[in-house]
Design a protein around this ligand. Sequence first.
Ligand code: PLP
Length: 409
Amino acid sequence: MHFKYICSDCGHEIVTDSVVYQCPVCAGKNPGNTFPQGNLIVEYDPDELRLAAAKPDVSFFDFFPYTVPTPEVYPVGSTPIIRPKRIAERYGFANLMCKMDSALPSGSFKDRASQLVAAQAIAHHENRIALASTGNAGAAMSCAGAAYGLDIILFVPETAPVNKLMQSVLYGATVVPVHGTYDDAFALSIEYTRHFGGINRNTAYNPMTIEGKKSVSIELFTQLGRKVPDVVYVPVGDGCIIAGVYKGFHDLLRAGAISKVPHLVCCQSDRSDAISRAFNAGNFSNLEHADTRADSISVESPANGRMAVRCIRESDGWTSIVSDSQIFAAQLELAHDSGIFVEPAAACAYAGFLADRDHLAAKLGHDASVCLLLTGIGFKDMAAFNGEVSIPPAIPNSVQAMIDRFSTK
Ligand SMILES: Cc1ncc(COP(=O)(O)O)c(C=O)c1O
């Protein structure tokens, strides 16, 4: 499809076949004590969108700016929808669904962005992709690199969670720990592409990250028989996923395939709620230290915060802020009562729904179709359960010990 780039802050348009990252006007205006500006969004001709949506077997690939070569080598998409009957009945929402993006190849939603960035690199004959990440984005890009034979250079703060880094090392990425913060790793990864070339996949910095993430919304539309849910609960850190979710629905709206974008609910921990605070206060400079135990959504200055706030507003959405203990309780409940085991960041979507359910029922009724976007698999972060869940002590290997174990005294 033909496309151009629009600055999401000043509206500046860029028409080019080359790789571009940020708005040349706004990106220089980032003083550091406010949400960054200058992220670009990809825009298509509405007639081309209409043609894509009119196909009887409509696929998100038809809404992409680059062709994804041999998608079967890195099969991103077609994640299942689980209808968690027990909890749906418990809370009285019969049309509750979980979109299982934890089932993507590297175990997180970030595969959606990495698929399109890999396609971008291949289209531009680039064999190298650099990025900074503390976890899932790095693992997803490394997974795509292994699948397509691309070199992935991953800059990480030296304190990044070992579990997720191991995944990237196993996929064969060149992992470069940096004595510094995520921001330092981010800056070095940009210098890397300046010096050595290749594509930069930093989240929000490369507009293809948001564009790739929109595939989930188009996939929901196809899976639900050309319908979309009434409301989607999204776990939010940098605000890139929620912007991608909005973009997919917005493209469907511009294509005339749907009449309304679902309400998007921004779910955050109260220990990392910059986007919610900005949405509710209308102020982008209210930065606070973030330290939620849901590491994937722990963000002080969200890289895509401004766009995310606009997406929540334009979807007629709202926020749901929960505590870390609500997130962990939700994670355990989802595993225990529906067989769905997700990482804490993803469980924030379920915690956000639980905290918001009375408001939701009052606003849309109990028959609303409610989608929880579950963005990461639980096995990624088993350390999160240290001290929360324990394995019972072994019993002696005897029938009597077994009977004793189950006899009520
Ligand atoms: C599993 C998971 N859920 C949610 C998020 C939040 O996405 P964003 O930072 O784009 O808001 C992330 C980001 O790393 C993630 O890895």
